[in-house]
Design a binder for this molecule. Structure first.
Ligand code: ITT
Length: 308
């Protein structure tokens, strides 16, 4: 589908790299049918193979006057499947996400995750009231509602994410009381509580000490809230392993993963493994392969059309 090239003023502050010829020289603009927020435009002059990539805020079939062009750049290959976020990120137009959390470890993981989408993550800190609820999702939703009042730029997004460690033999404790448990009894306290659960047999030992991290992530954008959930099964170690990690990382050993990145039962040899090491002692990049937070964010992103 080809529409006539519109004459549109270019917002200079959004221009990443302007091609050296006037807008009237466009030959055609080809909307991206699979993604109504993006299109490519071929240029009739200039160096061969140079294309223009722009961003259409509304549907491609909208009249040209409804078009917002964010910028232009040399793009040697037209990629029909390019999506809104990729266009913005190529153009250097960064979307901003405010992460409501007091935990810098969580901010680092979210930054690592969102950078591939061209989304910057800033920490948002205020005294949020945390409801004493038994569901992580209720806590996350309540925080989003409180944080929405602080939004200064309506283009920004807000992220909250609530996680907890659930130990099988303790009926899910500390669960939603994870922060409190960490502050009071700490990692050594958790080890003491299950200190009697051990076996020479690694599979039996692992099953006795089975635990999982769970995370619920909620993202607010344009008045809508999207929720994603993630789980990371594993077991509690016998000692505390210090390193880059935070919170319960020093006592949590994730289950090995199969070739598709899915957790497998204890006793089977995994395609990906920490070889019995805790989250606390492995680098962040490695933790991301297993992380409940990463899984919650992936599930969230899969529900967001604009991230494609
Ligand atoms: P915010 O609520 O301000 O975001 P928080 O540290 O209280 O920060 P959570 O409520 O999500 O974060 O987490 C509850 C506890 O579980 C807290 O003590 C965390 O340190 C710990 N925790 C969460 N995710 C973790 C992870 O990936 N690794 C280790 N511990 C984690």
């Amino acid at each position: 589908m080809v529409v006539n090239a519109p004459k549109i003023p270019v917002p200079k502050n959004k221009v990443n790299s302007l091609l050296p010829f006037p807008l009237e020289k466009y030959a055609s603009i080809t909307p991206n049918i699979s993604d109504p927020t993006a299109f490519t435009a071929n240029v009739a002059c200039g160096e061969p193979n140079h294309s223009l990539i722009a961003n259409l805020r509304h549907a491609p079939i909208a009249p040209p006057s409804a078009t917002t062009i964010y910028g232009f750049m040399k793009y040697p290959k037209i990629t029909p499947s390019i999506n809104h976020t990729q266009v913005l990120s190529i153009l250097g137009v960064i979307m901003r996400l405010l992460f409501l959390t007091t935990n810098l470890g969580k901010v680092a993981e979210a930054r690592n995750f969102f950078q591939r989408y061209g989304i910057s993550v800033d920490q948002l800190e205020f005294d949020a009231v945390e409801p004493q609820a038994s569901e992580l999702e209720v806590v996350a939703m309540s925080k989003i509602e409180q944080a929405a009042a602080f939004l200064q730029d309506s283009e920004d997004m807000i992220l909250v994410e609530d996680a907890g460690l659930f130990v099988d033999s303790l009926d899910g404790f500390p669960g939603v009381y994870s922060s409190y448990a960490l502050e009071t009894i700490g990692n050594h306290g958790i080890l003491k509580l299950i200190g009697h659960l051990k076996s020479e047999d690694l599979v039996i030992d692992s099953n006795l000490r089975r635990a999982e991290f769970r995370a619920v992530a909620a993202l607010y954008k344009d008045g809508e809230i999207t929720i994603g959930e993630g789980v990371c099964p594993g077991r509690i170690s016998h000692d505390v392993g210090e390193g880059e990690g935070f919170g319960f990382d020093p006592i949590f050993i994730p289950a090995d993963l199969d070739i598709d990145g899915e957790p497998i039962p204890f006793g089977e040899m995994g395609h990906t493994s920490t070889h019995g090491r805790q989250f606390g002692v492995i680098p962040l990049e490695q933790k991301q392969l297993y992380s409940h937070r990463k899984r919650a964010l992936l599930s969230l992103v899969s529900k967001l059309d604009f991230l494609g």
